[in-house]
Design a protein around this ligand. Structure first.
Ligand SMILES: Cc1cc2nc3c(=O)[nH]c(=O)nc-3n(C[C@H](O)[C@H](O)[C@H](O)COP(=O)(O)O)c2cc1C
Ligand code: SF4
Length: 504
């Protein structure tokens, strides 16, 4: 018989310690936890970092790394006799090309340093600013109390920075309205959307803003249990969090922090897949409702926030909601925009929410070559033509343009890029990362990638004969956001760049 859930929650970590999903490891973990072997195989094989034991170099397949020549690098590594594997985006687009060595150490082939906005104490996160260990905002929040803090949160207009843009204060209010007193605060640091690396920089440069935001949230929803789920490939960032918890000393001693590492599955960034993963299962999104605010981790009310969202909270408490709101232009607040690709200074820039691509690129040192297209918010946002360079990069305007703000991982593509090829790279990402539980997403993502490959090989647009129908099925019949947007790169590239999809 299966032992209680607390045992199950250990299986992914135990498998990792045992060296991955091997026969011996699975049998041993089954004995230790009481979870049946078949179940452990299913879980182990789901996560790319533990599915296949053995050492190899992992080469990033993300859009920016592909544009920077990841295929040629793979050939060189292969010619040198080293074993390698192509993997989904490693979150180092500003330093492309990115790899993980056989010992899981980061090695990049582009520039060595990330550019960020210069120090400005007015900014909410201020990546280049001094580290503040005072935890003054936490103390102020305690004095103000939950009603006043949530009022400031509402006045700030803070929208979730993880992609959906949901108003933060509504979630906090919902948590407080639950009758269940066992509640959790969970920080989503799984950042794996191609083009996105803003949470990485926040964790490395301002980890205390994240910890303080989490502590304020926990105090306001009356819990002490805080989980941080960080993607497995972020080794330095994992260390940075643990170091910051130590540095905080007594300030955070009343809270129980648990930092959990992911194991290589993009879908675990989706909040309910993240919960499944925390519970030691395959990261398969749940049907909503119920929402995590009502039934989340271990079935208890859970407040889940992206790193950037939660790191804005200390500034909101400290300066008041209106100050944060005024930092924005078309929508509330300052925003961390990641930018990479064909520009001079890839990096993370904190700018008023609603700047245009031209303004963002100006902050990032200008365009490289003649710009053709941009992807405004990660692979999920598809592609827009450069003619839209003056569109405000915000939640509403991008949605109206048929795209999305998403994770604000902006990638610029110049006219050396074949848009059919670029769409193909993004399709491959979604095919690889689909969790497989919905047929339209599982089958559709593979079908579209194959049809696009077929077009790239033969140059005959007949390959796309059924693409629109398949895309519609995926949008309508998928449980989670991945399947709903997986056709977007191809759809948007065909819509905006018809010349790249003609008979060749
Ligand atoms: C496929 C998929 C991947 C996601 N990946 C992330 C992620 O890596 N980080 C993140 O914060 N949110 C991610 N999200 C959004 C989360 O589901 C959720 O909306 C977010 O963590 C809520 O926090 P927020 O309100 O602060 O944005 C993803 C959503 C989907 C559909
Ligand atoms: S849409 Fe795709 S990723 Fe999302 S639950 Fe369904 S199969 Fe999994």
């Amino acid at each position: 018989m299966q032992k209680p859930d607390s045992q199950r929650e250990k299986i992914i970590e135990l498998l990792e310690h045992a060296g991955g999903a091997t026969e011996d490891a699975v049998a041993q973990v089954s004995r230790e936890t009481g979870v049946p072997e078949a179940d452990i195989w299913g879980t182990g094989k789901f996560y790319s970092l533990i599915a296949t034991p053995g050492k190899r170099v992992r080469i990033c397949d993300g859009l920016t790394c592909q544009m920077a020549g990841a295929d040629e690098l793979a050939k060189k590594i292969s010619d040198s006799g080293q074993a390698y594997e192509r993997v989904s985006c490693l979150g180092q687009c500003d330093l492309a090309i990115a790899t993980l060595t056989e010992d899981m150490k980061l090695k990049t082939y582009g520039k060595n340093e990330t550019s960020v906005t210069p120090n400005d104490p007015n900014l909410a996160i201020n990546l280049a600013g001094p580290v503040d260990l005072s935890y003054a905002a936490l103390n102020k929040a305690r004095q103000l109390g939950p009603a006043a803090v949530i009022e400031q949160l509402e006045a700030s207009g803070l929208q979730g920075r993880g992609g959906a843009g949901f108003p933060a204060h509504i979630k906090w209010k919902s948590l407080r309205a639950q009758t269940e007193t066992q509640r959790y605060v969970i920080c989503n640091a799984d950042e794996a959307e191609p083009g996105t690396f803003k949470d990485r920089e926040t964790i490395l440069r301002q980890p205390h803003k994240m910890l303080e935001g989490l502590a304020i949230a926990a105090a306001m929803i009356e819990t002490t249990d805080i989980y941080i789920y960080i993607r497995g490939e972020y080794g330095h960032e994992y260390e940075s969090i643990n170091r910051a918890i130590e540095e905080s000393g007594d300030q955070l001693s009343e809270f129980n922090f648990t930092v959990v590492r992911g194991h290589g599955a993009y879908i675990c960034g989706e909040e309910t897949a993240l919960l499944e993963s925390l519970e030691g299962k395959r990261g398969m999104p749940r049907l909503k409702p119920p929402f995590p605010t009502e039934s989340g981790f271990r079935g208890k009310p859970s407040l889940i926030h992206n790193v950037e969202t939660i790191a804005c909270v200390p500034s909101i408490v400290h300066h008041g909601g209106q100050h944060f709101k005024d930092l924005g232009r078309t929508e509330a607040g300052s925003k961390l925009y990641c930018i990479s690709g064909h520009i001079n200074k890839p990096g993370v820039y904190e700018l008023p929410l609603g700047v245009t691509l031209d303004e963002l690129v100006a902050a990032a040192g200008g365009y490289l070559g003649t710009p053709l297209a941009f992807s405004p918010g990660g692979a999920s946002s598809g592609f827009l033509p450069i003619e839209m360079r003056t569109l405000p990069l915000d939640y509403k305007n991008l949605a109206d343009a048929g795209s999305m703000m998403g994770s604000s991982g902006v990638v610029v593509l110049n006219d050396t890029v074949d848009m059919a090829q670029a769409a193909g790279w993004q399709l491959e990402f979604f095919e690889r990362e689909s969790c497989g539980q919905c047929a339209p997403c599982r089958i559709g993502s593979r079908y579209l990638r194959r049809q696009n490959d077929d077009y790239l090989k033969h140059g005959d647009p007949i390959a796309f004969e059924h693409a629109d129908d398949v895309a519609w099925e995926m949008e309508e019949g998928s449980i989670c956001g991945l399947g709903m947007v997986a056709a977007k790169p191809l759809e948007s590239a065909r819509e905006h760049f018809p010349d790249h999809f003609k008979t060749k």
